[in-house]
Design a binder for this molecule. Sequence first.
Ligand code: F6P
Length: 323
Amino acid sequence: MIKKIGVLTSGGDSPGMNACIRAVVRTALYHNIEVIGFLRGYEGLIDNTYLELKPESVSGIIHKGGTILKTARSERFRTDNGIEQAAKTITKNNLNGLVVIGGDGSFKGASVLSKHVGLPIIGCAGTIDNDLVGTDFTIGYDTAINTVIEALDKIRDTAESHDRIFVVEVMGRDAGLIALRSAIASGAEALLVPELRHDMENLVSKIKNWRSTKSSKIIVVAEGDQSGGAFKVAEIIKKQCPEFDLRVSVLGHIQRGGNPTCMERVNASIVGFNAVKAIMVGRKNEMVGIIDKKVHFTSFEKAIKHHKKLNPDFEEIIEILSS
Ligand code: F6P
């Protein structure tokens, strides 16, 4: 019998986390399950700092970026002592389940904790990077790519006006999925991502051959790309093609903020709702995702270990469509 659960957001925040919290809280309360929300992710679980969540606690948050529960990358939770403290909090509060909204680092922690306390934990994939298998879109990814294309469209305006090349760096940690989609959607001329091999010589010769009637050129670089980031790429191009007027733009943390898109809110609501349902039917140590519009469960182990594969055809699409 599930009487009380906890919920927390952990790792980098992402738009849609609030919609997910709201879904968890409202679904649990509907089924007469009490909910407490730990503050600052696993830090709150270690320190036993939480909010009692009522229906009104999650009013007016579905459209807001960030997370009302706050988040952290907890170093203490990586230690045995941290795990022990968290386990004590779980016992003290008589929790029958925990919902963790976060990325792969958060699920690694959840996996260790659940082995320690035998508590059913369900994960909701929340990260702008979209780097987990078991779901087509993680919570935050759709909003982030929309933020990126808005920025790229603006960069295109100034690039056009000055006949410039722009090297734009986007987030994604060691995954290139933000770069990939936003490059296609913004009509970028080139893409550098860690999943696809490329050499700088090739890029430079491509730049030299770009048709002269095309006044602006945008190269999207994923922050985890082996080239070393946008400044490094710009330096190499500048050295070999000094005739080009070139600028760098690193988009940074604007990619993590903003109101979640419609798709984000819907997905986050579906995932949060199903996380509570999963705990109620006895599922544990799994991540809820959506694949081909259907709810899908993946073990933490699998979700953590495997990164999404990137479709290599996309590179060709970018090249041909921007020619
Ligand atoms: O995982 C989300 C993310 O935004 C990555 O894309 C980025 O590498 C990282 O977090 C930055 O983390 P922080 O904001 O904690 O420095």
